[in-house]
Design a protein around this ligand. Sequence first.
Ligand code: ADP
Ligand code: MG
Length: 574
Amino acid sequence: MSNVQTLQQLLRQLDQRGYKAYKQIQGRYEFPEFTLMIDYVQGDPFAAPSRLRVQVPQTSTHTNIQGAAFPTDLYCTPSRAIALRDYLTRQFDAATADIREKRGSGNSGLIAIARPTQQVLERTAVLISDEWVEARFVVGLPARGRQILGHEAAALLCDNLPVIVERALKYGNLNQAELQHHVETVEDTDWLRQQLRDRHLVAFIPTGAILPRQSGVDDRPLTENALSFQAPPSLQVEFERPNHGRITGMGIPEGITLIVGGGYHGKSTLLRAIALGIYNHIPGDGREGIVTHPTAAKIRAEDGRHIAGVDISPFINHLPQERSTTRFFTENASGSTSQAANIMEALEVGTQVLLVDEDTSATNFMIRDRRMQALIAKDKEPITPFIDKIRQLYQDYGVSTILVMGGSGDYFDVADTVIAMSEFQPADVTQQAKAIATQYATHRTAEGGEHFGPITPRVPVNNRFSAHDEERRSRLKVRDVDELVLGKESVDLSAVEQIVDVGQLRAIGAAIAYLQRYYLDGLQTLNDVITHVMADVEAGGWDDITAFPQGDLAAFRPLELAAVLNRWRSLNFR
Ligand code: ADP
Ligand code: MG
């Protein structure tokens, strides 16, 4: 093991040498305050940056040096530990932003930790134990052209880095009240989400929450003219949180809930906030108290997607050319078949709540009114519309639906709760909607039968995808949250709305490489395979399933892993 002086000298000696010589600095160095691990050194200044870690001991062995010293109660439960690690990641990010300077060509001088989103996710950027705090980050080792800038590198690693560590990873230097609040908020939110089941609710939106965002590409809260959420009295529920006491808001009961209202009155904004209520949000986000059933799946139409062997027969039958709908294959789905497949695939991995917005649905999947039933006979229409299956789905499988539907009152007949959005505020209009449903009968023929129909498990088969090429370069690439590239194939995820962090896609990519090796034996169902991977990550952590310690991963749900596998065209199902 070398010390900081060795590293400093080495870097200075490397000055002006060819970039490849940087490879020599790989290794472990003892700084007075922490241990630096240089795990991977980039091959040239334009390649993916080098990967480093620091470990700060909780208790320093030097008498005049302060350790990380985080009180145990800030990380004694999974919920608290995730919150603390999230907070430290944000501090590290802020500290590097202050120091980041351009030092030569390519990504020279870059020092960065995986940038967190508005969501508090379990990420691999910062880890904590009773012995140490570890931060994982990347560095662009400085160069001019392809020539090493050794003095710049020494300044970056031996001068700047200790400042960042000092500011971001030591309890004594942090805003302790803010940190405490962060941890308590996350813990309260996890607790709230756990209460939903006992209260027979699928979602909860606190009074005072801010739902609208800055823009479609900026997930921070809208600040100007944002109206805060007010729960309607009849749907108001109350909780006594462990840390921050009483909270009141709107509870959405199990069953079928319609969100109605005029255009531009906040319906989609509400549904989107509910969809992201599967995650915890940072204090000040406006959505930090919103919680949704953890398996809730946002469903939409996605024409053009590939579908492999999904049983869509509850919704689609008697296709032209006698195509099978119990094992439906297509390389180019229609709006309605894609929406049916999206629902069936979500059910296949255990979703208990569907979230559907008319804005992103196929009309012929959602409704088929009396006039159309009269003109086009049932045996000439392959689609059984959602309206005729939504109740059966709840009755047979206990799956609730929250549906934004401003355009058709036919759904009043099948709804348990109807919420009207007006001027961005909800009102409970269930009674009126029921009265109207009685007064103006739709005279539709129910086409869905007594039962929902089968949810058929599928068995995926190995296609021998390898995550690395012969030179150990990664074959996984991530482009924003909308695309994961597996080798030569791009998987389009723009319709998978509950992926919020690129780290989740990286983690899903890693999970796919792993599950291929160990679980795709052509015998186990998709659901079993995914359950195994999730259990392995839970038991051994991310480092167990990746080739090297990665600092850029974020946790995902089984549902999103399934969503990627289902859209991966080269994966076959038996
Ligand atoms: P709808 O689905 O009913 O047509 P949206 O949810 O798309 O309406 O909302 C329309 C616009 O109003 C969006 O730009 C959204 O950001 C904004 N908005 C939504 N809720 C609020 C609110 N509570 N305060 C201020 N603006 C809001
Ligand atoms: Mg809308």
